[in-house]
Design a protein around this ligand. Structure first.
Ligand SMILES: Nc1ncnc2c1ncn2[C@@H]1O[C@H](COP(=O)(O)OP(=O)(O)OP(=O)(O)O)[C@@H](O)[C@H]1O
Ligand SMILES: [Mg+2]
Length: 272
């Protein structure tokens, strides 16, 4: 049976540092099927990372609930608990600079799953291979390119065989070509392992190219403005970008995002 279905129900998150009340999520509800590739887009500061952090178990909701496969993951009364079933890949990366890439990637199964060193290394080598990084296994993070570091982080996350892979603008800082290569590897890993993916981006080409479904969020406080299904066949490659079907989905996505960005500007928020 496939697993990794997420259900976000009326999630509200209010930050209240020193009495400066910021409502980041307001009764936000969304359903993500097991094994879906969901991409979340929306104006800057609308609450995307806040939602990801609640799913990851980094903070509690102010009200509402999040369920994973029907089990309560988050609510105001349930202490936030991260778990190896929900792994996060951050924008700024988190590889240990003093460890080789192989040791970095093997770290999760060693620490979180109780694997032997041999087992953890075998798994890490497989994931490095999957992400086209076999040749840099013994390099240190400082010796490889930023695109390779991002891929190494995805390899590290996938060694934990998570039900849900959470990615917060993982390729934001990459140049266009490196991004393209990273997309291809991520798609291959997704097609092979089929985790449920929750991927945040501001790049609409990236969103439509990768997603099974795009959630366009409103300006803060975030709720779902529009759900765009992307029924393009997989495996996907870059020839897809030239098709009329892709272009039409991308235009539809852009229209929804533009409308919200305009509202955000008029409310004095930052750009999309
Ligand atoms: N720890 C915090 N304490 C107080 N306010 C916060 C905190 N984290 C986020 N916020 C505020 O909550 C709102 C939503 O922030 P969040 O980081 O979720 O937005 P985002 O959609 O991820 O933005 P971006 O696209 O810029 O990454 C913003 O107004 C932000 O300033
Ligand atoms: Mg963010």
């Amino acid at each position: 049976m496939s697993s990794g279905a997420l259900s976000v129900r009326e999630a509200t998150k209010v930050y209240d540092p020193d009495g400066a009340r910021v409502v980041a999520l307001d009764r936000c509800s969304l359903e993500i099927g097991a094994g879906d590739f969901s991409v979340v887009v929306g104006p800057s500061g609308c609450g995307k990372t806040t939602l990801l952090n609640a799913i990851a178990g980094f903070h509690e909701l102010s009200s509402g609930e999040i369920y994973l496969d029907g089990d309560l993951l988050s609510s105001p009364t349930k202490p936030a608990t991260p778990g190896a079933d929900r792994v996060v890949v951050f924008q700024n990366g988190a590889l240990f600079p003093w460890m080789t890439i192989l040791d970095n990637v093997a770290f999760g199964p060693l620490a979180a799953k109780g694997y032997s060193k041999e087992e953890a290394h075998a798994l890490a080598r497989q994931k490095l291979e999957d992400l086209g990084l076999a040749q840099i296994a013994f390099d240190y993070p400082g010796q490889i390119s930023s695109g390779m570091r991002r891929r190494a982080e995805i390899a590290r996350a996938m060694t934990l065989k998570p039900k849900v892979l959470l990615l917060d603008e993982p390729f934001r800082a990459l140049d266009a070509l490196t991004k393209t290569v990273s997309h291809q590897f991520l798609m291959e890993v997704y097609d092979r392992d089929r985790p449920t993916v929750f991927f945040i981006t501001h790049d609409l080409d990236e969103a439509v190219f990768l997603a099974s479904r795009v959630f366009v969020m409103t300006t803060r406080p975030a709720t779902v403005k529009k759900i765009l299904d992307v029924p393009l066949p997989r495996p996907r490659d870059y020839r897809l970008l030239a098709t009329a079907e892709y272009q039409s989905l991308r235009d539809e996505c852009q229209e929804a995002v533009r409308e919200e960005a305009r509202k955000a500007f008029s409310k004095g928020e930052r750009e999309m």
